[in-house]
Design a protein around this ligand. Structure first.
Ligand SMILES: Nc1ncnc2c1ncn2[C@@H]1O[C@H](COP(=O)(O)OP(=O)(O)OP(=O)(O)O)[C@@H](O)[C@H]1O
Ligand SMILES: [Mg+2]
Length: 287
């Protein structure tokens, strides 16, 4: 059956060839259809057909809404489990210097302040970064972690800022960067001392201007993230040695928390092998 807008057309089907259907659309968008057989009798089958379609659509919509509600509840449950898992008071360690460091981190968490976490490997920097996120106003948003040491210099820029399709050989589609994925939440840059000079310069610009472009892109995106960074290096020494930009260091170390080493009897961190975060991951397969 062909039907033009507000027009009439031949109708094939129950009424047979030669039947005419005219349709008009009211200003409110509702459709009024009149079906006439060649002998002049009117038929309401079109309306019944519409109602049936409408009922099917409503059933489908109700099923989709039900599924969306279930997913929302699931997300809320997992979010609750995560924020519970990463509460400051869940972090183990009674040493006064360690508790003092946690208190500092807990105090700065609700603010938007950029935080630099320092401390040896395994002292819980990532754990504290997550605790800061879940105790902040951004807790409902994403927590995105990037290990700057794990990515080669050629990849880190597009990993952080994303790239446009065709930006370079192999960039066959648009990629959103971690800044974009963390929008509304917290971006945790681990091993920040490993950043190459060119990326340090770009990061400084993003922090100063709160804006950036994807690699190969012209659109300006806003950096809607709270930044928490971590290092197990002596960054101040790296600044003195000229390996890390001083201006970037001062932007990152707005609030600095040093996590002291918690040595067990054997000299190792007593929490090694007790990954709290893995228990959370196990619930859903994802973080
Ligand atoms: N105080 C703590 N309480 C409970 N678990 C801890 C504590 N400190 C560390 N852990 C656990 O030990 C592991 C290492 O911690 P985390 O990754 O936070 O350390 P890190 O300081 O980021 O180390 P690295 O410098 O090697 O990245 C994690 O699984 C973490 O859950
Ligand atoms: Mg870490």
């Amino acid at each position: 059956m062909g039907l033009d807008h507000n027009g009439a057309s031949d109708l094939w089907g129950a009424g047979g060839r030669g039947a005419r259907l005219s349709r008009s659309v009211s200003p409110t968008g509702s459709t009024r259809a009149t079906w006439r057989s060649p002998r002049g009798s009117r038929c309401t089958s079109w309306w019944r057909y519409s109602n049936q379609r409408l009922a099917e659509e409503q059933r489908r919509l109700a099923a989709v809404e039900g599924r969306a509600r279930q997913l929302e509840q699931r997300v809320a449950r997992l979010r609750g489990a995560l924020s519970d898992q990463y509460r400051f008071d869940r972090i183990i360690g009674e040493a006064p210097a360690f508790r003092e460091a946690l208190d500092q981190a807990a105090r700065v968490a609700p603010a938007e302040t950029t935080v630099l976490l320092t401390g040896e490997s395994g002292t819980g920097k990532e754990l504290v970064a997550r605790a800061i996120h879940y105790a902040s106003r951004r807790a409902e948003g994403p927590f995105v972690a990037v290990n700057c040491a794990a990515l080669p210099e050629t990849l880190i820029e597009s990993e952080l800022f994303g790239h446009e399709r065709g930006a370079f050989t192999g960039a066959d589609r648009l990629k959103r960067g971690r800044f974009e994925l963390a929008a509304g939440g917290t971006l945790f840059l681990d091993e920040i001392g490993e950043l190459a000079p060119a990326v340090q310069a770009k990061l400084l610009r993003v922090i100063q201007e709160r804006q950036y472009e994807r690699v190969g892109g012209t659109a300006t995106l806003s950096a809607a993230v709270r930044l928490v960074t971590a290092t197990n290096h002596d960054l101040e020494q790296a600044v003195v040695d000229g390996r890390f930009r001083g201006d970037l260091y001062y932007r990152l170390a707005v609030f600095r928390v040093h996590l002291p080493r918690l040595a067990g009897a054997d000299g190792r961190c007593p929490h090694a092998g007790r990954p709290l975060s893995e228990r959370v991951r196990g619930q859903d397969g994802t973080e």
